[in-house]
Design a protein around this ligand. Sequence first.
Ligand code: GLU
Length: 481
Amino acid sequence: MNVHIRVRFAPAPTGLLHIGNARTALFNYIFAKRHGGTFILRIEDTDVERSTEASMDRILEDLQWLGIRWEEGPDRGGPDGPYRQSQRLPLYRDYAEQLFREAKAYKCFCSNKKLEALRKEQISKGEMPRYDGRCRSLSKAEISKLESEGLRPVLRFRVGKGSIVFEDLVHERMHFESEGMGDFIIIRSDGMAAYNFACVIDDHLMHVTHVIRGEDHLSNTPRQILIYQALGWQSPVFAHHPLILGGDRLPLSKRHGATAVSQYREEGFLPEALVNYLVLLGWTPPSGEETLPLERIMEDFSLSAISKSAPIFNRKKLEWLNSHYIRKKTEEQLSELLFPYLEKAGLQIRQVDPKHFTKISGVLKENLVALSQIEEYMGIFFDGKFFFEDEAKTILLDSKNRETLHIILNVLESSAEITPDNCPSFLSQLEEKTGRRGKDLYAPLRAGVTGKMKGPELVKTLPLLGKERMNRRLRMALEIL
Ligand code: GLU
């Protein structure tokens, strides 16, 4: 491509960043990086009532956490700023006035009540509800009169008859008829620009070459193209990707579970896993690989390879990818990531020896699907959180198992401190002395020293527990239960 690619992600700061929107941001970002282009972040905050500063900050933070970096945006400026729509109102007004002067837009004074009545009437006649253009030909005098009565008009775009055709990079040729569209609002009665209008002005002034967004915007695109034409501007290239669906084939929403990037982050999903999952949802790399970090995705990504059919969200697959990326961390990296979760689970961080915890992290690597699951395993390693789970109690109360525990305790007392080196021979000694092997030996041993029936491999766990603690817990199992 010869043109310098410029793309943008344009969230409305009205809530948390949805994983579907994060996927849109990723497609844009990856496309820009793949072609040496520029990625712009634009905040669409013209809905004053629902937009908040806090939501904007969270969105920026979540994007950064995902590894997305923008060259231009509200926090860092850029040549085509400002990058918040609420700060660009004079621009929208200038272009709206131009369209008004050229009679491509007109003032409409219809009240909501009138519009609602019109809508009902059209529906009852089996027609598509749309504005019928009744204010199209108000005279100057009529307009002045209505304005002098204190009525505040909206500005509507005059839609002519004809077809709108564009080549979508995902859907190929798209064809719409302007008939039935109705003259749509470009400036609301409070003076704010409507989405379709602000979006076109910004995309043009920000020199956006490719608009990559969700399919939910497909019906906006013909309206936007009409505005480009009316202003004598060239439209960007469009690519509308399918939206993520839940298992019931309805758009992914809270009913399906967590939908916000921050929820996955809090649960302990790694950004690498979420990025890998979201991008490969509906896009298959030529190599067919399933685990592909962002740098690799950037090498192979193409918009036209995005599937036209909607992908179904599969949490199990995301979990699988998360365990994959957790396993790729070093002990040190993992322990750093896990530390905040210890605190959240109520452990006094000051009492945790970082070196010891690094080893624990290494041992838990294979077991963790999400970082917050550290809570389930804390009782194994931290006495303050230790207890016997019910299932473990049942095992420990069995008389044959109690005999085994006594023998284990004897062997332990006469053995040296358990280390990674001598642990395998310690376990063989237990097999020999108890005459039990497999589950018969390991179930009571695990239940006795960890209080649980599941956990990391014993050969790795025991050296971290140490002889003294194992001894104490086994006695507790025998004496208290
Ligand atoms: N603010 C719009 C949204 O969040 C942006 C749509 C677009 O990319 O044009 O859906």
